[in-house]
Structures are given as structure tokens and as C-alpha cells.
Design a protein around this ligand. Structure first.
Ligand code: SF4
Length: 434
């Protein structure tokens, strides 16, 4: 098979992996006289039409796989054309694309060829050729293969910028049903090893400035959403635990695209749960930057996000006793919890109120989205009174008409309890959110 045919096949097989943003690494082109640079602003990602983040050369070493994960197009039992890149062939292809300005980095993953160790060795060879022979300084994200020897993972980590081990399914039970060759322990072991190595490396770097870096852009993981009955609450709790325990840079969520006719999986006609994926990303943001905990956003009784409200609005509506917040006196942490106020605008509010008393009219200039925030804040302007809040009135005002149309059967009332999340296309999701 020609290299370009392999590329077509193996980049298409890699499209389901969304853990591919480049960030957290800054390396100049001139370093060691090599070619390429990686910027902390993120250079090798792009967004496809359905909102997924894809890298410009996101490719598998091979789509041959010894495993039989039922949700995966590359599974052993699937009758599809297969291809394998030779390490030098893939390294040459990357350099050719780089020189032509098609790509700025490489996202390298693989099916399990023969066994995890052999697969990992092949991946190491691609990255070694790029780094040591071609002196390629661009961003490289490499998948750690669960089950591979720790020494191999260590070698891959010293060559790559970011590593990731995909959790794929949020519970051991789901893994057991759909990916019998995998287990929670097999996945978490390399993840723990990478975390340990990253920590070890940062203390080494303090003592020896020129010590080789280990995965300087950290590690990430991905979970498939909607292939199994796991709820938003279970997924969010796991996400929180992964950030705490393994200090991951990112947890990515990928709405399941049906690829197999299997009674254990959603039917082939079911649309990917894109809105659910979006709500999980919003909640993930709240965990990482807004000081929320998973238990505050969902709980045992409410295990799914409200499809019509973002998780922060939903939380605020369930905690109206804390509002309205006085923007001149409230602590930063509480201001950050007001819907419509982001991290930047919360900081601007704190800076601005040092210079004088703020009125709610001033907030728009500070970047606050008043469409949402107006129900939850009060200022000290003359005649300003705290807005009277009733959950129903605020809920009605916050949910757009197009969103109501998508979700509510005619005549049905809006409620704080999440209605069944409808399966929407990307365009419908966008219409609903805008
Ligand atoms: S290990 Fe499972 S998810 Fe990964 S390529 Fe093989 S079949 Fe697909």
C-alpha cells in the first residue's frame, strides 16, 4: 500500500480521538539548531465542523489491533482494510508535511500491534527519528499504550511533549462488558507512572537546568460519552478524581459515534450526544477554574445535566439563597460563581471596585454577560435594589425560545428538573446555545 493510502486510512481511524489540543509547552525554533517550534498558545489543533478538536496530523501507527473493544472501529473483529506505517515512513511523512506548512505537530496513537511493548517500541522509533535524526522541535503528543513496560513509557515520555492514556469508558463494569482486554488497573497504572515521572522531573529540573524533560506538557485522557449507561454524575466524579490524583492537564470527552451493530451499544441510528459532551466540558471548566466540586453540580438524585441550562446557571438556580451577590463586597470566590461572570471579569471587578463603587451598569464594560448575570447581582448605584428572584421567572428568562422548542413538547412547562436530553445535531446544539 502506498504511503498516502496508508495515511488516508490511518488518519481516518484516528479521528475518534479528541484528546489532541497542544498546550503547555514553549520551545523555540532555534533550540539545538533543529527544525520546528512548539508554542504554549497551542499550534497544532483545529476544529472540525462538529466542534471536535482535531490535530492536523493526527494519525495511528497502525489500525491493526489485537484487542476487541466493541465501541472501536479498529477492533479485531471488524472487517476493515488495515495498514501499518514503518517508523521511518511516518517520520518522513511528518517532516514532509511540516516543511510544506501543512502541520505544526504530530499526534501519534496506535492500535495494539502484536502486543503493547512492540507497539510502544514502534512509536518510540518514530518519535526518536523525528527528534534525534531530523531534530524536529514541533509539538508531539504520544499515546501511552496500557500494558507496555514502564521503561518504554519512560523513553516515550522523554521524547514527547504530552502523553495520554485513554480511560475510554468511565467504569470497570463498562470496560468489562465492552473492552474485555482492558481493565481499570491496566489503564491507571501507566497514568500513575507518568504522573510520578512528571513530578520527579520537575524537581530534577530545579537542581539540573539541563536535565532531559519528561512530557513537559503533562498528560491527558479521554472518555467516551453515551456508549454506556454511565451517568454525567459518575463521569464528572471520575474526572474530578483524575485531576486530583493524577494531576491531569485535561480530561477530554468524546460523544460516542455509533460504529457497531451490537446490542450492548446504542443503535447505529442514534445521534452522538453532542449536547451532553458540551455540558460535560462546561462542568469540567467549573471544576478546573471556578472552584466547584462535582458534588455541587450533580448528586445521587440528579445524575444528569439540564440540557437547557449550563451547569453554572443550574447550580445558581438551585442556590438562590446566595443571591443576589453584592459586587462591591462579595469575595472573589462568590463573584466567580455568578452566571455570566468569568475568571477575567471577576478579576476586573475586584480591580475596579478598589478604585470606586460599582453599579450593575458598569459590569458590561468589565466583560460580564448581563443576559445571565442581571438576575444574580446587585451594585451600589443610586436606587439600585436587589432584583426579586423566583426560580421559575429566572429559568424562563434564561432559556432561549429556540432551546425550549427543541426540548419541550408543546404545552409542557419548564422545570428545574432536567427533561430527557434529546439527541441533537451539531447545528441544533449550536442554535440552542446561541
Ligand atoms: S485497543 Fe481497543 S480502542 Fe484501542 S485501537 Fe484497539 S480496539 Fe480500538
Amino acid at each position: 500500500m502506498q504511503t498516502l493510502e496508508k495515511l488516508k486510512l490511518l488518519s481516518d481511524s484516528a479521528k475518534y480521538d479528541v484528546a489532541c489540543t497542544s498546550s503547555g509547552v514553549d520551545r523555540g525554533a532555534s533550540q539545538n539548531g533543529g527544525m520546528g517550534s512548539a508554542s504554549s498558545a497551542g499550534i497544532c489543533h483545529s476544529f472540525s465542523a462538529d466542534g471536535r478538536c482535531i490535530s492536523l496530523l493526527k494519525v495511528l501507527m497502525t489500525n491493526c489491533c489485537a484487542y476487541d473493544c466493541q465501541y472501536c472501529v479498529n477492533r479485531r473483529s471488524n472487517d476493515v482494510p488495515r495498514a501499518v506505517f514503518e517508523p521511518r515512513e511516518l517520520a518522513d511523512l511528518t517532516m514532509n508535511f511540516y516543511r510544506r506548512n501543512y502541520i505544526e505537530g504530530l499526534f501519534l496513537s496506535s492500535g495494539i500491534l502484536k502486543n503493547p511493548d512492540y507497539t510502544c517500541e514502534q512509536m518510540i522509533e518514530v518519535v526518536r527519528i523525528l527528534r534525534e535524526e531530523y531534530r524536529f522541535n514541533g509539538y508531539i503528543h504520544a499515546k501511552a499504550i496500557p500494558g507496555a513496560d514502564s521503561l518504554l513509557i519512560q523513553r516515550l515520555g522523554t521524547l514527547a511533549d504530552r502523553m495520554s492514556v485513554n480511560i475510554e469508558l468511565p467504569s470497570q463494569q463498562s470496560l468489562h462488558l465492552l473492552a474485555p482486554d482492558k481493565s481499570k488497573t491496566k489503564i491507571l497504572k501507566p497514568m500513575g507512572f507518568i504522573t510520578g515521572k512528571i513530578k520527579e522531573n520537575s524537581s530534577e529540573m530545579v537542581r539540573y537546568r539541563h536535565a532531559p524533560k519528561f512530557a513537559p506538557a503533562g498528560q491527558s485522557t479521554q472518555m467516551i460519552i453515551g456508549a454506556t449507561p454511565d451517568t454525567d454524575f459518575q463521569i464528572l466524579k471520575l474526572t474530578e478524581a483524575l485531576y486530583r490524583r493524577y494531576e491531569l492537564k485535561r480530561v477530554f470527552f468524546s460523544a460516542y459515534i455509533p460504529v457497531a451493530d451490537n446490542p450492548l451499544l446504542p443503535a447505529l441510528t442514534v445521534k452522538p450526544p453532542l449536547l451532553r459532551e458540551h455540558r460535560l466540558y462546561q462542568a469540567d471548566w467549573l471544576l478546573r477554574f471556578y472552584g466547584f466540586q462535582a458534588d455541587e453540580l450533580l448528586d445521587e438524585k440528579h445524575q444528569s445535566f439540564h440540557p437547557m441550562l449550563d451547569p453554572k446557571c443550574n447550580w445558581a438556580l438551585n442556590h438562590l439563597e446566595l443571591f443576589p451577590v453584592d459586587i462591591n463586597r462579595a469575595p472573589y470566590e462568590l463573584i466567580l460563581r455568578v452566571p455570566g461572570i468569568g475568571v477575567k471579569s471577576a478579576r476586573r471587578i475586584l480591580a475596579a471596585r478598589r478604585a470606586g463603587t460599582l453599579r450593575t451598569e458598569d459590569l458590561k464594560k468589565l466583560g460580564v454577560v448581563m443576559k445571565r448575570a442581571r438576575f444574580f447581582v446587585t451594585g451600589s448605584g443610586r436606587g439600585e435594589r436587589p432584583p426579586a428572584l423566583t426560580p421559575d421567572a429566572v429559568l424562563r428568562a434564561l432559556v432561549s425560545d429556540s432551546c425550549k422548542e427543541q426540548f419541550l413538547p408543546q404545552g409542557e412547562q419548564l422545570s428545574l428538573f432536567a427533561p430527557q436530553a434529546a439527541e441533537l445535531t451539531a447545528e441544533e446544539v449550536w442554535k440552542c446555545l446561541s
